[in-house]
Design a protein. Structure first.
Length: 114
């Protein structure tokens, strides 16, 4: 079956960095558009960054210049490098794989606080 497993979340101080990873199994990873989404308490889930199978990327305005999405097709893994973190980046971060269908991971919590 399809599984997306995120890791790398945690507690970090403002201005700090984290790198999230999402390992996929059960799909032909290289053809999928991979994305990172986040959901803060009381808010709707929002797109953070996506990368298609050709390597084209799209970022939310709020993270441009601070976050970088990348993928390693040999490892079936998508990454989200998050720098200059702000308290408003606090959320559960989810990995999404999209082709004919969409699949979601279980999420990893990122908390930015001093």
């Amino acid at each position: 079956q399809v599984r997306l497993v995120e890791s790398g979340g945690g507690l970090v101080q403002p201005g700090g960095s984290l790198r999230l990873s999402c390992v996929a199994s059960g799909i032909t990873f290289s053809i999928f558009t991979m994305g990172w989404y986040r959901q803060a308490p009381g808010k709707e889930r929002e797109m953070v960054a996506i990368m298609d199978s050709d390597g084209n990327t799209n970022y939310a305005d709020s993270v441009k210049g601070r976050f970088t999405i990348s993928r390693d097709n040999a490892k079936n893994t998508v990454y989200l490098q998050m720098n200059s973190l702000k308290p408003e980046d606090t959320a559960a971060y989810y990995c999404r794989a999209t082709y004919d269908y969409q699949y979601w991971g279980q999420g990893t919590q990122v908390t930015v606080s001093s």
